[in-house]
Design a protein around this ligand. Structure first.
Ligand code: G3I
Ligand code: 9MR
Ligand code: ZN
Length: 546
């Protein structure tokens, strides 16, 4: 019985909280081992009324079952749920696949069967790209990752993706030792750093001679859903440069300069130069550097419009300080923080203030040689912990443990909750506590099936995986299964596409506004910056197992 038992479909780690949610009103449940022997009996706890999914549910806690093995849940007189595992390694494969996704998104290179399995394709988007504002300027912009289900490459989206992946590597290097099977596997550096380097090298091509960075490189229109990347042959354009792109680029280049300094010094040096040039552009062009981006009238690909750009410069200042120790950058970060007007805890493609605050807090706490002003850091530090407390309260009040309130079920809601998990994880790291571990892990459980739809939002995993993503290669390649390891956007109460509106009536409860339909780009697309925080949270789970 599919939706009888809603839980992490990949199972649970020994030593951690384990539970399932059901909407069946019953008294008791049993946990059966692989032989069918009852190893645990528990009482269902509830009822819990849930406005976000308009349902009444009960919770069964099986935390006491800790022995590694294969199990099922039985509700006597009602039915039995699908098999699940308990073990220290239950999330290894999904972490590997979530990271491998970035290889599948590679632009400008053949995806070869020895790495890509069935999901091969020829090199794409290698031609010259036209500068939209000065069409006589043309040059290629090869490499990097396709953003999502489309083939655009967008600077701000790339920057936060790289940030999440580098944070994952820095926090949990020990769980990135297993190769994922990419051309660079077996080389001098872990695959995650090789994969990120593929994006960094492309990002360099987005920087103009004056240091400013193009907002994106795309065709003017999205290609049809059935078009493979190598058949997407419409002219490519560099959209105008933007402050958001230039600031986010400066930030992430500075971050990369620090992370790659010892493992890949040449790459690190080039990243730092690129970061400084982008930052310098702001100093020379204060007017342009404070403006938002909107699509030119005849370019209809993703806008990633962002009118508030102080957060991008705050992040850039903080990362440049952390990379160089130069106190002028720290002073700039503090000045921008004081001027306000943005969320200094935000983690997302538009709100990047949280990355800046993290750079300051992590740099200040760990790299005290940098000479931070400890008194000043106390404010952001308190703010970070207070937000963590309120997120944890949200999770604790919810039977699924999810850190989402009704208004949070927006386009890309799965990113919202994964970034909230990251917020909790960093709250613990900064305070050197384990206070939020269960609430952080609950976000992974939600993503992998502990949700009202009993939907595993990752392709290729769980007993009810996403199978019809809005992902052009998966639609067009003739392979039955979609590319594995992709995170769906998730429920979006605003139903912002025809497929969602056709299949979900108006007034559908927010947490149910999801359709596993390739046409539903507002609920079922995939994106690099939805996978990246999932890599982070899966790596955390794998690193935190007892
Ligand atoms: O946050 C507000 C919320 O406060 C408000 O109540 C609600 C009402 O509309 O909107 C929320 O904003 C939404 C915003 O995402 C949140 O980040 C917008 O509705 C929604 O339209 C917007 O969607 C973005 C979408 O592009 C359309 O612009 C997604 O964030 C963004 O991830 C997505 O990105 C696309 C690229 O453009 C193209 N490539 C694929 C990629 C993924 O779908
Ligand atoms: O495929 C596009 C997807 O990547 C975007 O996120 C989405 C919103 O910008 O748009 C999709 O393209 C659709 C277009 O906006 C409207 N016509 C149908 C396209 C999907 O085939
Ligand atoms: Zn491409």
């Amino acid at each position: 019985m599919n939706a009888l038992v809603r839980m992490n479909q990949l199972g649970y780690l020994p030593g951690m909280r384990k539970w399932f949610v059901t909407d069946v009103k019953a008294e008791e449940f049993e946990v059966l081992d692989a032989e069918g022997t009852c190893v645990w009996m528990g009482r269902l706890e509830g009822p819990h009324m849930l406005p976000a999914s308009a349902e009444t549910v009960f919770v069964g806690d099986l935390s006491a079952v800790d022995q590694a093995g294969l199990y099922t849940i039985r509700i006597p007189g009602v039915g039995t749920g699908p098999a699940f595992r308990i073990g220290p390694d239950v999330y290894i494969d999904v972490q590997q696949a979530l990271l491998k996704f970035f290889y599948y998104q590679r632009c400008g290179t053949d995806l070869l069967p020895q790495y890509a399995g069935a999901w091969t394709h020829a090199a794409c988007h290698l031609g010259d790209c036209i500068d939209y504002e000065q069409p006589q300027l043309r040059r290629p912009s090869p490499g990097g990752w396709h953003d999502a289900g489309d083939y655009g490459k967008y600077t701000v989206a790339a920057a936060v993706t790289v940030a999440d992946l580098l944070l994952a590597y820095e926090c949990f290097p020990q769980v990135f030792a297993i190769p994922v099977g990419i051309p660079e596997s077996g080389g001098d550096i872990p695959d995650i750093l090789s994969e990120v380097a593929y994006e960094l090298r492309w990002l360099w091509t987005m920087q103009r001679a004056d240091g400013a960075v193009y907002h994106k490189v795309t065709t003017k229109e999205f290609p049809g859903l059935g078009v493979m990347p190598e058949n997407d042959l419409a002219p490519l354009y560099f959209a105008p440069v933007s402050a958001a792109a230039t600031g986010a680029f400066a930030a992430v280049m500075a971050m990369a300069a620090r992370v790659y300094r010892t493992v890949h010094p040449e790459l690190a040096t080039r990243c730092l130069q690129a970061a400084r040039r982008a930052y310098h552009w702001r100093e020379e062009n204060p007017q342009a550097a404070s403006q938002g981006f909107i699509n030119p009238p005849d370019i209809h690909t993703g806008e990633y419009g962002d009118v508030v750009v102080a957060d991008e410069w705050y992040w850039a200042s903080a990362e440049l300080w952390r990379a160089t120790g130069d106190m002028e950058y720290l002073a700039a970060a503090q000045r921008i923080h004081a001027e306000g007007g943005f969320d200094s805890l935000g983690l997302g493609w538009a709100d990047v203030g949280g990355y800046g605050t993290l750079a300051l807090l992590l740099g200040g706490a760990r790299e005290s040689g940098l000479g931070t002003d400890a008194d000043w850091l106390a404010g952001p530090s308190r703010a970070w912990q207070e937000r963590a407390q309120s997120l944890a309260a949200l999770s604790q009040a919810n039977p699924y443990g999810v850190c989402l309130d009704e208004p949070d079920y927006i386009w890309g809601s799965n990113m919202v909750l994964l970034h909230r998990a990251m917020h909790l994880i960093f709250a613990d790291r900064l305070a050197q506590t384990d206070t939020y571990r269960e609430q952080a892990l609950a976000q992974l459980h939600y993503l992998l099936g502990c949700n009202p739809l009993a939907q595993c939002y990752v392709s290729g995993f769980g007993y009810r995986p996403m199978i019809h993503p809005h992902h052009r290669p998966s639609v067009a390649d003739g392979v039955l299964e979609p590319v594995p390891g992709m995170v769906a956007g998730g429920p979006n109460r605003h139903r912002q596409d025809e497929a969602a509106r056709a299949r979900l009536r108006e007034g559908t409860p927010p947490a149910r506004c999801y359709v596993d339909d390739e046409g539903s780009y507002s609920t079922n697309e995939v994106a690099i910056y939805w996978n990246a925080p999932a890599v982070f949270v899966a790596a955390y789970a794998n690193a935190s197992k007892i």
